[in-house]
Design a protein around this ligand. Structure first.
Ligand code: ADP
Ligand code: MG
Length: 400
């Protein structure tokens, strides 16, 4: 377990202090969980393929204290709409529609854990108060939603003494988001937030949710990973995400497999005539992306982080040309990064906006950040936000 940074310790103390002030008693402890970026493997999750995220050093912290009744009270410094107003809800009547706004994430997590615990001994389960602080930017594609769910889930598993294995905790946090919040997400975000190790990426097989930590010694290699938040909001409303999912399902159906995970690049070429041209290109992104994730893992193992630049670039080109989910801001971020000396760069996340990542020599970070600012201004884009992330450890207890 790595020692928390001083900024992070302050957020932990802030969570405990905010708890005391809001709720008037001592918390039982403080827990935290990180946000994440996906290094490579985009849209492969729902095709039962491979992804390779890292947890980042931006975290969400929660101070939690048990109550003697079955009431839940939650408050957060980061709930943009309502300040840190307390939201109250009964523990036993949490349902989709009965909760709204940001509180659906923590309340959904409590609900997910109760579902997972099922008929096990629930004697130690009761209401609780929880106060959140965070430095994960909300809604920037860095998975603040998984961070809030995984921080609270880790706290409640401890306080409620739930005998749940890690996969059931994972499922509870995913169900919080799928069922109570109502967002159709896969296992990537919560897996990264729960199970990442500092200095490692997490290689996940989305078919059976098995996972493995892969050494990603960025600092030792003299490298930095820069996130470029384009501030372009993903417009999933225009149907882009659903449309891509449908195309993948169609390709799998025509090729006679359960999911595109089961198609090799060779098999896809053999089946090409049977596929509509657009469907073929969508499938080609998934099939080649799965291969790139596996190649990235192999290269990280044999040669380290400096060797994966080409694969990041190939992934971006595939999303831009075959899957068609990039936007001019993301392409500019990638092209400018490469011109400023990056080893590799790609858009990350679902696409249609959000962030790009660039892998760059430590001494070139400043030059790259400046170049991106200049390029965005020249193109008339909104000013991007850039920051360096390091591969951090997953959810954990921080203090009693
Ligand atoms: P992302 O996970 O990429 O940040 P989402 O749209 O999935 O974006 O989740 C963002 C939402 O999660 C926020 O709008 C807010 O409702 C909720 N949320 C996440 N973290 C916090 C927090 N620390 N405090 C309050 N709400 C949070
Ligand atoms: Mg999210």
């Amino acid at each position: 377990m790595e020692s928390p940074t001083s900024a992070a310790t302050n957020l932990g103390e802030e969570a405990a202090a905010g708890f005391r002030e809001r709720f008037g008693h001592e918390p039982d402890g403080v827990w935290s969980a990180p946000g994440r970026v996906n290094l490579i493997g985009e849209h492969t999750d729902y095709n039962e393929g491979f992804v390779l995220p890292i947890a980042i050093d931006q975290r969400t912290w929660v101070a939690v204290g048990r109550r003697h009744d079955r009431l839940v009270r939650v408050a957060s410094t980061s709930s943009s709409t309502s300040g840190d107003t307390v939201v109250e809800h009964g523990l036993d009547d949490i349902a989709h529609g009965s909760v709204d706004g940001w509180s659906a994430y923590p309340l959904g997590t409590a609900w997910g854990l109760l579902q997972a615990a099922g008929d096990t001994e629930l004697g130690s389960v009761g209401g609780f108060d929880a106060y959140f602080t965070s430095d994960v930017p909300l809604g920037a594609g860095l998975s603040s939603s998984a961070a809030i769910e995984c921080a609270l889930a880790t706290a409640l598993v401890d306080l409620w003494r739930l005998p749940l294995d890690s996969d059931r905790v994972l499922r509870a946090t995913v169900q919080a988001e799928n069922i109570i919040v109502g967002a159709p997400t896969g296992i990537l975000d919560q897996s990264a937030s729960l199970f990442s190790r500092a200095g490692h990426a997490l290689f996940i097989d989305c078919r059976d949710s098995s996972r493995e930590s892969i050494p990603f010694p960025l600092t030792e290699a003299g490298l930095r990973l820069v996130v470029i938040d384009t501030r372009v909001k993903h417009a999933h409303a225009d149907g882009g995400y659903g449309d891509r999912r449908a195309a993948c399902e169609e390709a799998a159906r025509v090729l006679g497999v359960a999911a595109l995970r089961d198609v090799s690049p060779e098999a896809l070429e053999e089946g090409r005539e049977r596929l509509d041209e657009v469907i073929y290109r969508r499938a080609r992104h998934i099939v080649t992306e799965d291969a790139r994730v596996q190649q990235t893992v192999a290269l990280l193992r044999s040669q380290g982080p400096r060797s994966i630049g080409e694969l990041l670039l190939a992934s971006h080109a595939s999303m831009r040309d075959d899957f068609e989910i990039s936007v001019p801001e993301l392409d500019t971020a990638v092209e400018t990064s490469m011109a400023a000396g990056a080893i590799g760069a790609r858009m990350t996340g679902g696409g249609f906006g959000g962030s790009a990542i660039a892998l760059v020599d430590a001494e070139r970070v400043e030059e790259l950040t400046e170049a991106i600012g200049v390029a965005f201004a020249k193109a008339g884009f909104e000013e991007p936000v850039t920051f360096v992330v390091t591969p951090a450890g997953g959810a954990r207890r921080e203090s009693r």
